[in-house]
Design a binder for this molecule. Structure first.
Ligand SMILES: [Zn+2]
Length: 289
């Protein structure tokens, strides 16, 4: 697949996730190498065409679709320290969705072990970019600000409309942090940075602000509807099912399992605000207090 030039030293390898290639001091830094058969070969081919040597890899977070081809690129991978064990261990990735080992083939994406060579902190300068905290989607979700090219690789802190409309509920493990990160992205968009979501279109100016608003609105809507639905006691599965029905998305066992994650995060939020309480009715259920 051909690269799209985003600036003097930044290129996008399109896909879902997309991969950012940043040339720094003659070396190519790959941000979110992604997944897919043959992708590593294609990435190497494209980097060669840039007359750069493959130097390092950065990942916004450790989800399998963002790091699957990393071992095949064979250069050191850097992740935020909160993502270290998620990127490295397939079992930990299963735990994120199921709380335990996941049923085989049930996760949307899976891959084997991934070796992480170094961890970074938020605000670290890495190969011409600055790591910024954009967590909520995952514990250590990181964006990369590239001043030279005026862009921010925003990973899964912001989703394209098509993706959100296909699943109904954006994926996050902490609703408040997810919203806070969207707020940070809005201020960067307002300063003129171009935003690059991993799953969605490259956006800037009004389009960037509109997309952020769309994401924010969906989270707030889901929270509001969840609270309304909990006028009757409901377990998390039923709540996720009802929300998906509301957004008219196709409900498959896998999608329902995935959406249980943000639904549980919302339940925790509502509980912490003392808006709901837990009851035992053949299951752990939640109801408005
Ligand atoms: Zn992700």
């Amino acid at each position: 697949m051909a690269l799209r030039k985003l600036g003097d030293s930044a290129y996008l390898y399109p896909g879902s996730p997309s991969t950012l290639i940043r040339v720094h001091e003659g070396r190519a830094v790959v941000v979110d190498p992604g997944l897919g058969k043959g992708r590593h070969k294609d990435l190497k081919r494209q980097i060669k065409k840039l007359n750069a040597s493959l130097g390092f890899q950065l990942a916004t977070h450790g989800h399998a679709d963002h790091v699957a081809v990393s071992p095949k690129l064979g250069v050191p991978l850097f992740v935020h320290r909160h993502e270290f064990s998620i990127a490295e261990s397939p079992l930990n990735r299963g735990i994120l969705t199921f709380g335990s080992k996941a049923p085989k083939g049930f996760l949307a994406y899976s891959t084997g072990e991934v070796i992480v060579h170094a961890v970074f902190e938020w605000n670290d300068e890495l190969f011409g970019m600055r790591a910024i905290r954009l967590n909520g989607h995952s514990p250590g979700m990181t964006g990369f600000v590239d001043e030279e090219n005026g862009l921010v690789y925003s990973g899964d802190a912001l989703f394209g409309k098509r993706l959100i409309n296909s699943v109904g509920i954006p994926y996050f493990v902490d609703a408040e942090l997810f919203k806070e990160s969207l707020g940070k992205l809005r201020s960067l968009a307002e300063k003129g940075y171009t935003l690059i979501p991993s799953h969605g279109p490259v956006v800037s100016d009004k389009k960037a602000v509109d997309l952020i608003e769309f994401n924010l609105q969906r989270v707030e809507d889901v929270e509001k509807i969840a609270l309304e639905l909990l006028s009757k006691p409901m377990n998390c599965g039923e709540l996720a099912f009802r929300l998906m029905k509301h957004y008219n998305v196709e409900i498959t066992p896998r999608r329902l399992a995935l959406n249980l994650v943000p639904v549980r995060a919302i339940v925790s939020e509502l509980y912490n605000k003392k808006l709901i309480k837990g009851v035992v009715e053949n299951d752990l259920k939640w109801v408005r207090s």
